[in-house]
Design a protein around this ligand. Structure first.
Ligand SMILES: [Zn+2]
Length: 140
């Protein structure tokens, strides 16, 4: 802190470097992680929502097992996480790339536009449909 400035003014000048959207997103992510760390979705009578698609059809949706996988992953059980939903690591990577593209929107406009293109949306949709089909055909 420069000697000629008082602390409140210095604190306000630091605020302009903090991206409020990223800070809010990180705060929400930390709260969700804390909930999934403390509470186990595998326990009978837990508070987590059941998958409506699985309940009505008996088939897994693309996201089935994600809550249990997240709980396992937060406890360092990578194998357990993969057994519950093998697509979770890929999903986390893709979400991370999209968050990075959003954070660097002005610095990397072509990267942001490419990820938000119709072609990229179609690729994500095809990947989700393929995962949905494969996990029900082969019990993944
Ligand atoms: Zn489901």
């Amino acid at each position: 802190m420069p000697a000629n400035r008082c602390f409140p003014l210095f604190a306000l000048s630091v605020l302009k470097y903090i991206n409020l959207r990223i800070t809010f997103g990180l705060a929400v992510a930390v709260m969700v992680a804390a909930i999934y760390y403390v509470f186990d979705p595998s326990e009978i009578g837990n508070l987590f929502p059941r998958c409506m698609f699985y309940t009505f059809t008996g088939y897994k949706c693309p996201g089935c097992g994600t809550q249990r996988a997240l709980h396992a992953l937060l406890h360092g059980d990578v194998g357990g996480a993969l057994r519950f939903n093998a697509a979770l690591p890929v999903t986390m990577l893709v979400v991370g790339v999209y968050l990075l593209a959003e954070a660097k929107r002005t610095a990397w406009p072509r990267f942001h536009m490419a990820l938000n293109s119709r072609r990229a949306a179609l690729a994500v949709a095809v990947a989700i449909m393929a995962w949905w089909l494969l996990r029900n055909l082969f019990g993944l």
